[in-house]
Design a protein around this ligand. Structure first.
Ligand code: PMP
Length: 424
């Protein structure tokens, strides 16, 4: 039974039971129409209302300014690794093209010749690699535009014997300088690394200020769990399946100045001439924005679930008050970490204290002894504590403390941690 279980899976992750109960109803019969939510047209007034409600709830929770657009895509988180590259490289190239064209006029061949040189010499995408998801994103960028254009401004493993788990001081980062002629096409980081349990404690200072670069952040696993100053970002994205909803959609918050008419993407012909790949239309932010996220069939049921979860938070804490959720998330995480720290001979938290994730709490039992970790998990399972196994790439234990994990769930986990430590 659902009420006998506390689920700590990293994604897909638990959803509020009340939302799932309503979901099971609307799947069969939406608003007494006799048809279910997966059956109605994504272009119907109902679908538009669902989209608008989800956008409103997110706008309220994160206090999203008017000069930002919210997009829903089927891309998943990984699709956005590619989308950020396609969209921002395209804008970077077009800006350079326009500048060169001002100098050389109509001579298209000369524009392309000069542009090729500028791309070769200047195109850089900066990645802060602090865990396996930002690593994957940087690898996707290298696959799309060539490794020579990817500047790994930080590889946190180098400061920690080859393993993730720290974020070295900003003075040690090797960011592409911001110059009058431009800087990197983007600076990318993953706000919370789901596998490695590393979370940025705050927005990096070196990415702030008047000449700040275009910052793209992956918030898949800590979306709507703390206050965010949206204005500091060019793009924020996340897959829904952790803190927001079920698998199937990604949410993108993009600065409107990066969309037409403020910014123009480079033409596909030009990108091809420069040997830069042309992105698929379903990842093209201008196209998705122009069509209110309905360029193609959007899974409206997924948007509905996300909307219900977010409206639940708005109702609980009031508009513009994600702070209420933040306190609860922080409180649950603190309780679990304090218990782990209390038994240093039994438990070892994987990441450095300063960058411990509030969302994915990664630790080892008895130095990572495989049998003992198995015992720990078996004991947890007997108490209905599920989904605690660490990611297959790193092993160990991972307790994902997303919004839908209740205080009671966190307390039950703490009780298991205590009991296991005292009996071993
Ligand atoms: N980014 C982060 C931080 C993630 O945790 C994940 C998935 N666990 C992804 C991206 C990839 O998301 P998806 O599986 O939706 O492509």
């Amino acid at each position: 039974n659902r009420s006998d279980v506390h689920y700590f899976g990293a994604g897909p992750a638990p959803l509020p039971t009340a939302v799932l109960e309503r979901a099971s109803q609307v799947l069969l019969n939406y608003k007494d129409k006799g048809i279910g939510l997966c059956e109605i047209s994504h272009r119907s007034p109902d679908a538009n209302e669902i989209l608008a409600d989800a956008k409103n709830a997110l706008t309220n929770l994160l206090d999203i300014p008017d000069d930002y657009e919210i997009l829903f895509l089927q891309s998943g988180g990984s699709g956005e690794f590619s989308a950020t590259v396609y969209n921002l490289v395209s804008i970077w190239v077009e800006k350079k093209r326009a500048k060169i064209a001002e100098e050389v006029g109509d001579d298209k061949a000369e524009v392309v010749r000069r542009l090729r040189k500028v791309v070769d010499e200047e195109l850089k995408l900066d990645y802060l690699v602090t865990g396996s998801w930002s690593l994957k994103a940087s690898q996707e960028a290298a696959r799309l535009v060539g490794a020579q254009h990817v500047n790994v401004a930080l590889d946190a493993r180098k400061a920690n014997s080859g393993k993730f788990g720290v974020i070295p001081p900003e003075a040690q980062w090797n960011l592409t300088p911001q110059t009058s002629g431009g800087g990197p096409a983007l600076v990318y980081f993953c706000d919370n690394e789901t596998v490695d349990g590393v979370e940025f404690p705050a927005f990096p200072q070196s990415l702030e200020g008047d000449d700040a670069p275009l910052v793209c952040a992956d918030m898949s696993s800590n979306f709507i769990s703390r206050k965010v100053d949206v204005r500091k970002y060019a793009v924020i994205f996340g897959g829904a399946q952790k803190n927001i909803g079920n698998t199937g959609i990604a949410i993108v918050i993009v600065r409107k100045s990066l969309l037409p008419p403020h910014s123009t993407p480079a033409s596909p012909d030009l990108l091809r001439e420069l040997n830069l790949s042309v992105g698929p239309i379903v990842l093209d932010y201008p196209t998705i924005a122009k069509n209110n996220s309905l360029y193609n069939t959007l899974p409206i049921f997924d948007v509905w679930v996300a909307g219900q979860v977010m409206a639940g938070l708005v109702n609980t804490y009031g508009a513009k008050r994600i702070g209420g959720q933040e306190e609860i998330s922080d409180g649950k995480a603190r309780m679990i970490y304090e218990t782990l720290d209390k038994y240093p001979n039994v438990y070892r938290v994987v990441p450095d204290k300063a960058v411990r994730s509030r969302m994915n709490i990664c630790f080892r039992v008895h130095g990572g002894d495989a049998e003992k970790e198995k015992d720990f998990l078996a004991g947890a399972e007997k108490k209905g504590l599920l989904g605690l196994k660490g990611h297959r790439s790193v092993g160990g234990i991972r307790a994902s403390n997303y919004n839908a994990v209740t205080l009671e769930g966190a307390k039950t986990l703490v009780a298991h941690l205590e009991e296991y430590a005292q009996s071993s």
